[in-house]
Design a protein around this ligand. Structure first.
Ligand SMILES: Cc1cc2nc3c(=O)[nH]c(=O)nc-3n(C[C@H](O)[C@H](O)[C@H](O)COP(=O)(O)OP(=O)(O)OC[C@H]3O[C@@H](n4cnc5c(N)ncnc54)[C@H](O)[C@@H]3O)c2cc1C
Length: 437
């Protein structure tokens, strides 16, 4: 085999691409990961909130997340290699999903599915929420509005019905380091990584994929190429000529996450948990230095800004900062609005129904792990296994389009229903059409 010839080429060295490289290398594939960035995890993963939770709208989504969590718990065993930068820590804070009244909410559906699947959780009434999280006001403030709306400032209309707490949930505080860990793990198993290596064409030979060409003139050959390019995924699909043949499309959505100090007297580092709060249209988690990281639950009152992933405004917008921080301030009394705005701007690779696409394509040998819709960091390990199982099966002749693959997660044994993530599915009517998936 020549130096530029491989068994599989993976476009993207983010958390999903890195996990796939490790998985395939572990199975004996000679893999090449190419990334136009300078290091592993320098794409959208670097700014991920990296929350690990199981609050999805489907059995398949929950199973993938439940299985994915086990990788974070067993990180050192999974990576099984040295990293000179050290390994990430998994902060198992637990997650509280707040339930407004009514059985048509996302939270109610999640609870119903957790019962069905057997995901460990506790039901906290408002008194328990107050005892366990004295920094939380369980008032009902929704539905979410903008601070420019008078309704935003109204007194609470009651209290939330309850909260659903999953003790195994948590977060990773350094998502870029997790990609470096995956790179070192993959390299220890023989994988190659090329950085500052921008793919400009997907090459074909006799009707199937044959490799990639790079902007600097280099080429690499392989019978398998996987698009794991995050928010650039649709551009890679266009290069491969498969964009039009997929029923579900992806595009890049601009998103902001804000970092603020904890309210005075609250040790959020030690006592904070991650919270999903559809009543206010936010989620939040502890961040190092007794800070709180506040993300958006994509409420319908907020503008959605789809952008060209190469050209978009990377500065925090004062109105969005104010909206998210003020919303969090209603749930966390005493939370101030710092004059100096801190946070990040990055992109979700959003699919039409906010559910990822893990699939083959109509071009033989060309696969996609895309459309991660702001919610797949947690699933890197389980998605890596699922994609490797898919590639092995299809390359061995399995007709996945006619007979969709279901595989078992190696840690928990749950079914990983690959067909659910098909490129040709109809839009899932149960999707929250938001980061909740
Ligand atoms: C603000 C934010 C918050 C989030 N919070 C959470 C969360 O709390 N929990 C959760 O589970 N998920 C979360 N997510 C989602 C999660 O981070 C992503 O699903 C995940 O990081 C995607 O990883 P990836 O490897 O697919 O993509 P990326 O990390 O984007 O990697 C893609 C790589 O492809 C490379 N690339 C692109 N085009 C080319 C090309 N032409 N040639 C070569 N390389 C190319 C890029 O340089 C990049 O490094 C969040 C995402 C964002 C943006």
């Amino acid at each position: 085999m020549s130096e530029d010839s491989f068994d599989a080429i993976i476009i993207g060295a983010g958390v999903i691409g890195g996990a796939l490289a490790l998985e395939l290398a572990d199975r004996g594939y000679r893999t090449l990961s190419v990334d136009k960035g300078p290091t592993a995890g320098s794409g959208s993963t670097i700014n991920s909130c990296a929350i690990v939770r199981f609050s999805y709208s489907s059995v398949a989504g929950i199973n993938l997340a439940w299985e994915g969590m086990h990788y974070w718990k067993d990180w050192a065993g999974y990576i099984a290699a040295d990293d000179e930068l050290g390994l990430i820590d998994y902060h198992m804070t637990g997650q509280l999903v707040l339930q407004q009244a009514g059985d048509t909410t996302h939270a109610a559906r999640v609870k119903m599915l957790w019962d069905q699947i057997g995901i460990p959780h506790e039901v906290w009434d408002t008194e328990t929420i107050r005892q366990r999280c004295p920094y939380i006001d369980p008032g009902l403030f929704g539905p979410p509005t903008r601070p420019s709306d008078d309704a935003f400032w109204a007194e609470p209309s009651g209290v939330v019905e309850c909260g659903y707490f999953t003790p195994d949930a948590g977060y990773v505080s350094d998502p870029q380091l997790s990609c470096h860990n995956l790179q070192r793990g993959a390299e220890a198993r023989g994988a190659a990584f090329w950085f500052n290596a921008e793919v400009v064409s997907i090459d074909r030979d006799r009707g199937r994929v044959s490799g990639v060409s790079l902007a600097d003139g280099r080429t690499a050959q392989a019978p398998v190429v996987v698009n794991v390019a995050g928010p650039h995924s649709y551009l890679i699909n266009q290069m491969a000529g498969v964009y039009d043949s997929m029923n579900i499309k992806t595009k890049a959505l601009r998103h902001e996450v804000h970092h603020v100090p904890s309210p005075d007297g609250v040790d959020f580092d030690r006592n904070g948990i991650t919270v999903a709060d559809d009543d206010l249209g936010i989620y939040f988690r502890p961040e190092v230095g007794n800070h709180i990281l506040i993300g958006s639950g994509d409420p319908v009152c907020d503008p959605r800004e789809f952008v060209d992933p190469e050209v978009y405004d990377r500065s925090l917008q004062p109105e969005q900062y104010e909206a998210q921080v003020l919303r969090a301030g209603r749930r966390l009394p005493g939370l101030g609005i710092p004059h100096e705005r801190k946070g990040i701007v990055d992109l979700y690779d959003v699919s039409d129904d906010w559910i990822p696409i893990y699939d083959r394509t109509d071009l033989d040998g060309f696969y996609v792990a895309i459309g991660t819709s702001g919610n797949q960091y947690k699933n890197a390990g389980s998605a890596g296994q699922m994609m490797a199982d898919l590639i092995e099966a299809v390359e061995a002749g399995h007709d996945h389009d006619r007979d969709p693959l279901v595989v078992q997660g190696r840690y928990s044994g749950v079914d990983l229903d690959v067909g659910f993530f098909s490129r040709n599915r109809q839009i899932d009517p149960h999707s929250s059409m938001s980061v909740h998936g």
